[in-house]
Structure formats: C-alpha cells, structure tokens
Design a protein around this ligand. Structure first.
Ligand code: BGC
Length: 485
C-alpha cells in the first residue's frame, strides 16, 4: 500500500491562493520540508562536532567511525520498517514517530555522559531519520496533486541540503566555544516541530481509503486539493489500491521487474560509493588534513564548499531535470565529480600542506577547497536529486512502494559501509589514494549509467513500463547488448 501511483486520479491544482486549500497544501509542504531538514541537519552536524567529541571522549579512529556511522545504521533499520508502519498506523502517526525518535535521540546525544550513550542516541536519531525519510516523501506524494508531485518530492531533497547548510552554520557559530552538545541538541527543535505540526494534519486520503474510512478520505481531499468530482477521484484511488493489494515481497524480485530493480539498486549504491557522505561527514577533517589549521577555518570552508554549494546546485537540478533529462545531468555530474576527486587526490599526493607564508591555508587546502566545490556542485545537480527521481519513476505502480524501500535500504547500507570505513581506509592507503578510489568509482558509474539506465524524461509511467518490456524482449533475442538511450 505504500505505492505512490501516478495520476490516473489526476486531481486539479488547488486554485485559492490565500484560502484554506492553499493553507493546507502549504502545511503539507512544511511537513515535507521538516522531514528533509531533520535528515540534512543530522547528516551535516557531525562534521563540526566530531573533533570535539573525539577530544572529550578520547576516541580513536574506529570509535569516531562508529559515532558517525551509526546514524546510517539506524536509518537503514528505520527505513525498512517505515513502510509497514505507514501502512498499519497511517502516514501521519509514522511521521510523528519519526520526529519523536529524532528528538529523543537528540536529547540523548546532548546529555550523553560517555561514548556508548552517545552511540545509542546516534542510532535512535538515525532510526527516526529513516522512518521520517520514508513517511515524509510518501505523505507529500499522496497529498500533492499529480501535476505538482515532482515539485513536492524534489522539495524534500532541497530541504535535505538546507538542513546540511543549517548544520554547517550551527557548527561555525558554535565551534569557537567548542559547544558540541549544543550543536547536536539543536536538532531537538525540528524533531519536536515535526511532531506538533504533523499532529495538526489529517492523514492522506489514500490511507483513509485503504483502511475503509471513505468519509474521512473525502473530507481530506475536499479540504486539501478540493475541486470537482471528489467521488470519481476517490473511486480511481480505490481501483489503484486494489491493484496494489496482495502484492508480496517476492513480486518485487520477479523476473519481469528484475531489470528495473537492479537499476534502482545500482543508482542507490553508486550515489553513496562515489563518496558524498564521506565528504559531508568528514569535511572538517579533510580540510584539517589539507592545511586549514583552526577548527573555525575548517568549518567556514565546509559551509562554503559543502553547505551552500550543495544547496544552490540542487536548485539547478530542480529547474533543469525535466528540460535536459536525467541521463545528461548524470553524465555531466559524474564527469564533474571525477574531476573534483582527481584534483583532491592530486593535491593530497603532490602539494604542500604547510600553511602559506601569510599563515593562511596551505596550497593543498586552497586546491582542495576549489575541488570540493566542483565535486559537491556536480553531485548536487546530478546524483543527489536525479537518483531519487529515477527511483520513484522506474517501477511499476504495483510494486513501487516495496521496490523503493529496497533501493532506499541499499542506499543507507552503502552509506553505512562508506562512513564506517572511510577514516580507516584513509589511514591504511592514504588520503590521495582514497579519493582516487572514489574517482574510479565515478568513472565506473558513468559507464554503468550509459549502459543500464533508461531516460525517463517526458515519458509517462506507462511508457517507462513498456520500455522495460521491450528491452526484455530484445534481450531474449540473441543480441549481445542493448541500448537504453
Ligand atoms: C543523499 C544523501 C546525501 C545528500 C546530500 C542525498 O540525495 O541520499 O545521502 O547526504 O543527498 O545532499
């Protein structure tokens, strides 16, 4: 039932600008943005806090990796159970649970007397993030009129990047005093806000219908999107629900959808193994290694190169994804990411890391800063938002919810592996080689995208399904390769 169907129910756009319809859709947008903010703040904040935590609790490399990465482990578990919770309890209570877990975890982090309470709190926060990261976009997709669905879903990705930027700013303001507990504790605010705002919202019409509460479904549709023919649209939703009912997990792995399943998983994994969260989580450390000597200098470099650039370049994707198409953005982004990573690798390998004669950042530091800007910007207009868009488009209606959950779990799993091993890998093979490895993975991703990923720009979901079926047919004939462009 977690399926996000495309619009056979095509409701009209809400027309009233200052009336209550707009008000409720504004609230839907706000809830979606809050779930993204939680995710982003939490991703971003650790880069500034880590060095103070490491000093306060005397953490070595392995424990620093545990403190950093257990959020992703929690998110992996949270994302896996969120679909079931959202079906059983409703989208709204599931978002509230996500927000509450997040706030409780944040409180635990702030007050943690030692490493293990901190690690458990990181896990709880991650659990909340995982639950909210499924329930928030699902809520938005089911509440939004189909004409605006893409915008609502991509506003989630934008909110993630705004969350990272806010975390970087909090790190910058608080790092001169070393206030790491406040940095972490601030995330209580969006967690509590999410609980309070979601509490005031209705559940989605689709969920009310699925549990047989048609009157509430009708009332919600009337007060959010409104428009004519409410009953006809509810009947359409009911028919879609009937189609998705009875879908089992094994259907997600059936031969007919296997190709699409692998493309989704591949996109989710490549998004992570090309290094984005290693860079986000450990950016201060990277700048320190590169010759930014003060924590404040490292945090400012992070705000500019990670926070602001990530946020701005995401806007480019939102503006151009439907004009240029998904694959061109992916190609351009992967080329830019490769160039950025190679420059970081080269600066670590060959340049001087000692502060410049004026006492400012070293030459390595300056080159690293520029290269990070190129890398993050390239990720943010490509792999960041495009991967999530493709994952939401390539599956048939019937299995979309479950298949998206599988891809999301692979994404968190890959994020966990990268963040849990990045520092150790860097210690073992050196910074330059580590970034070179990410660059090689970008190149592999480029050719994989070329060979396997379909272009979905301007295609209806039905046309995308037909394209998969044609590809399967073609593949059964004895041809050596197939082209998806
Ligand atoms: C990724 C996250 C990443 C974020 C950065 C998202 O698309 O899934 O793992 O932290 O982009 O903006």
């Amino acid at each position: 039932m977690t399926t996000i169907e495309a619009g056979s129910t095509s409701p009209p756009k809400p027309k009233m600008i200052f009336g209550r319809f707009r008000f409720w859709m504004f609230m839907v947008g706000l809830v979606t943005i809050l779930t993204g903010l939680l995710f982003g703040y939490d991703q971003g904040v650790i880069s500034g806090a880590l060095q103070f935590i490491a000093a306060a609790f005397h953490l070595g490399t392995t424990l620093q990796e545990v403190v950093t990465s257990w959020v992703t482990l929690g998110a992996l578990v949270g994302a896996l159970i969120a679909g079931g919770l959202a079906d059983r309890l409703g989208r709204k209570p599931t978002m509230m649970i996500g927000g509450a877990l997040f706030a409780v975890g944040a409180l635990g982090e702030t007050l943690a007397p030692g490493t293990w309470i901190l690690v458990i709190s990181r896990f709880v926060i991650g659990f909340g993030v995982g639950v909210a990261s499924v329930a928030g976009p699902l809520y938005a997709a089911e509440m939004a009129p189909s004409s605006d669905r893409g915008r609502y879903v991509s506003s989630y990705q934008l909110a993630v990047t705004i969350g990272i930027l806010l975390a970087d700013i909090a790190d910058a303001v608080l790092s001169p005093g070393g206030h790491w507990r406040v940095m972490l504790g601030l995330s209580i605010v969006p967690g509590v806000l999410l609980v309070l705002i979601a509490m005031a919202m209705p559940d989605t019409p689709r969920w009310y219908l699925a549990v047989g509460r048609r009157a509430q479904a009708r009332a919600t549709l009337a007060k959010t999107i409104g428009g004519a023919n409410l009953d006809g649209r509810l009947d359409g939703m009911q028919a879609e629900l009937a189609e998705a009912a009875g879908v089992k997990w094994k259907d997600v792995f059936a031969p007919a959808v296997r190709r699409a399943l692998w493309v989704g998983i591949g996109l989710a994994v490549f998004q992570q193994v090309t290094g984005i969260n290693a860079v986000i989580y450990y950016s201060d450390k990277i700048f320190k290694l590169a010759g930014f000597t003060t924590p404040h200098g490292q945090t400012i470099a992070t705000i500019i190169s990670v926070g602001a650039v990530n946020c701005l370049a995401t806007l480019i994707a939102i503006a151009y994804i439907d004009k240029f198409g998904r694959k061109p953005l992916l190609y351009a982004g992967l080329v830019g990411m490769t160039v950025g990573l190679l420059a970081i690798a080269a600066s670590f390998a060959f340049l001087d890391r000692h502060p410049t004669t004026g006492g400012g950042p070293s030459i390595t530091g300056i080159v690293t800063l520029i290269a990070m800007v190129v890398y993050i910007a390239s990720f943010a207009f490509s792999l960041g938002p495009v991967v999530w868009t493709l994952i939401s488009e390539i599956y048939p209606n019937r299995i979309r919810g479950k298949a998206m959950a599988v891809a999301t779990a692979f994404n968190w799993g890959a994020a966990f592996i990268v963040s849990a091993s990045f520092l150790s890998i860097m210690n073992a093979i050196g910074e330059g080689t580590t970034f070179l490895l990410f660059a090689v993975l970008c190149i592999i991703a480029f050719f994989w995208v070329r060979a396997k990923v379909p272009e979905t720009k301007g295609k209806s979901l039905e046309q995308i399904q037909q394209a998969w079926a044609d590809l399967d047919k073609e593949h059964q004939e004895p041809k050596p390769a197939y082209a998806t462009d």
